[in-house]
Write a protein that binds this ligand. Structure first.
Ligand SMILES: [Cu+2]
Length: 433
């Protein structure tokens, strides 16, 4: 059973309108430019590869109505957002990230996978308290109004986390994380320098996986102590959202602090008309492994931690897998296509599938229904439950994609939710807008 408020589901049907309004309202900073597609990865890029991030607090909305106090990185002049903006640069360029701190304690950014990071022009250094205890893995910005400027040369193309290096157990859990995408110079349509990493740039997706123990967040908000031996995550997120919010568009207006959706929207593979795969960038900002399972289509694992799956002689070591297991701190990139294995044809091979009986469907809480495997890429709608206008828009097909650790596919224990999203496959000719 998927539980959410009725309004949330109703608003999902207003997606194109919302996207149009957001496109009008969001005026990008002339210095840093964020492409704003309705779905898929949204890059923050900058002409001189310089970025301003502000560590700040705000609230994230959970599908069960809970709101969670979080810390995260806001883009220059922007409001709190979870996760931080996705920074996109080319391999080999000099990157500058100025961190402004508004939090009540020192904080910092580490760039795992990037070499020789400087802070204020000097090698970034771990910090310790007066008793010699390590307090930060890297140079900090002081509490309240401090700032620090990090510089580095972007390393090999791939997907990287950036996250707090200070009081890591607490600050990363609080939400101080984001994604860094390094693209191969001259090849924005490749994941790395290999020609066989080419993907369709209109179908590039981010799965930044995380988790939330609301007790810790309440303790931080109320400035109370928290016992980490009692840590237990209750919410599990993709791009800071939990199912069903994961399938809402980028910049959905009812999720003002969680701008990035996680719905994949593709068409069947076709060697002539749709030959390029989609690219999915998985990152784990949490404390345990997330065994992620995309149904209906295995994915080709082509890179981990910003390194291509290849042997010492450059031989292709990528492999197809039904489960994408992402360890804490790790990134995994996959290429994905969906093949119409049963050769659907509206006239010659319509593949009719009878609708399940009403008691085998989940209806609502809004006008939607949930059931398995029907209709199939353009099938005629069958008998509809009372109050349901249609079972889908145009015969499109949906696969669920979710963490196979099923506790992670819940919202505070309520199934299904959490680290779960959908892969939507439209009929070969596409769907009307
Ligand atoms: Cu599954």
């Amino acid at each position: 059973m998927l539980r959410g408020d009725r309004g949330r589901w109703r608003r999902l049907s207003a997606v194109p309108l919302v996207a149009a309004i957001v496109a009008v309202l969001v005026v990008p900073d002339p210095h840093e430019v964020a492409a704003s597609p309705p779905a898929g990865l949204e890059c923050l890029s900058s002409g001189d590869n310089a970025f301003d991030l502000t560590a700040t607090g705000g609230y994230a909305a959970m599908p069960d109505g809970n709101t969670i106090y979080m810390w995260s990185y806001a883009a220059r002049g922007g409001a709190f957002q979870l996760p931080g903006p996705t920074l996109c640069v080319d391999s080999g360029v000099k990157v500058t990230v100025v961190l402004h701190n508004t939090l009540p304690e020192p904080t910092s950014i580490t760039f795992p996978g990037q070499a020789q990071v400087l802070a204020g022009g000097q090698p970034a250094q771990p910090e310790a308290d007066d008793a010699g205890n390590l307090t930060s893995l890297t140079t900090t910005a002081a509490a309240g109004t401090g700032s620090v400027t990090y510089t580095f040369t972007a390393g090999p193309p791939g997907t990287y986390l950036y996250q707090s290096g200070t009081d890591v157990q607490k600050q990363v859990q609080m939400g101080l994380y984001g994604a860094l995408v390094v693209r191969p110079a001259g090849h924005p349509d490749r994941e790395n320098d290999r020609a066989d990493s080419a993907f369709d740039p209109d179908h590039e997706y981010l799965y930044l996986l995380g988790e939330i123990d609301p007790d810790l967040h309440l303790a931080v908000e109320r400035k109370r102590a928290y016992d980490f031996t009692k840590y237990r995550a209750r919410y599990f997120t993709i791009n800071g959202r939990s199912m069903p919010d994961t399938i809402a568009p980028n910049h959905a207006d009812w999720l003002p602090a969680q701008p990035y959706g996680a719905l994949i929207h593709i068409r069947p593979y076709d060697p002539v008309g749709n030959a390029k795969p989609a690219l999915i960038r998985y990152l784990n900002a949490g404390s345990v492994a997330y065994p992620f399972h995309p149904h209906g289509s295995d994915e080709q694992l082509i890179a981990r931690d910003g390194r291509p799956a290849q042997g010492p002689g450059g031989q292709d070591l990528s492999f197809s897998n039904f489960l994408i297991d992402v360890a804490p701190g790790q990134t995994v990139d996959t290429l994905m296509i969906w093949k119409d294995a049963e050769h659907w044809d509206a006239d010659a091979n319509p593949i009719p599938v009878p609708l399940p009986s009403l008691q085998d469907q989940i209806v609502g809480p809004g006008p939607e229904t949930w059931f398995a495997e029907n209709p199939y890429l353009g099938g005629a709608p069958g008998e509809l439950p009372p109050g349901v206008v249609q079972n889908n828009e145009c015969g499109e097909y949906y696969h669920v994609a979710h963490s196979h650790a099923l506790e992670q596919a819940t919202n505070y224990g309520a199934s299904f939710g959490g680290m779960m999203t959908l892969i939507r496959i439209d009929p070969p000719a596409g769907c009307p807008a």
